[in-house]
Design a protein around this ligand. Structure first.
Ligand code: SF4
Length: 145
């Protein structure tokens, strides 16, 4: 919703293709609107009403929004995931969740302490780190989905 200044369309090269730039890294990329999202993309109402949003973002229905260049989106976007795992305590209540940047979101101090002990052993985001964190949390008695 706030990447309009960072994912910039430099030139429209055909009805659904664009030369773009990821401003934060200076990375140029070409993007074609996904064939199954061209109808969504054609409606510019959302973009016009949300000038801070990336120009490729569109409402998908039922309150969801999504990327219309999912296939060609830049690496920074592909890497980003809102949530990679939900964590539940033994009573089945949700204790927290972890985002794609490996940030823990939890008000449970025991989980936070446990997580801080685990995360010092990983080098950064990635599948190996996620698997390690998940296994360590399960060992510590949490359920992870
Ligand atoms: S994922 Fe798509 S809509 Fe979101 S910022 Fe990246 S290019 Fe734009």
């Amino acid at each position: 919703m706030y990447l309009g200044d960072y994912i910039v369309i430099e030139k429209q090269t055909s009805q659904y293709t664009f030369d773009c730039c990821c401003v934060s890294t200076g990375t140029e990329f070409s993007a074609e609107v996904d064939s199954d999202k061209q109808n969504l993309f054609d409606d510019h109402t959302f973009s016009d009403q949300n000038p801070t949003a990336c120009r490729f973002l569109r409402p998908l229905g039922e309150g969801r929004i999504g990327c219309t260049i999912h296939t060609d989106s830049p690496a920074q976007c592909k890497y980003y995931r809102c949530k990679i795992m939900d964590i539940f305590s033994t009573d089945g209540n949700q204790a927290g969740y972890i985002t794609g940047t490996l940030a823990l979101h939890s008000s449970d101090s025991l989980l936070r302490d446990t997580y801080n002990g685990i995360v010092t052993d990983v080098s950064g985001p990635g599948e190996d780190s996620e698997e390690y964190i998940k296994n360590q949390l399960i060992k510590a008695g949490y359920q992870v989905r």
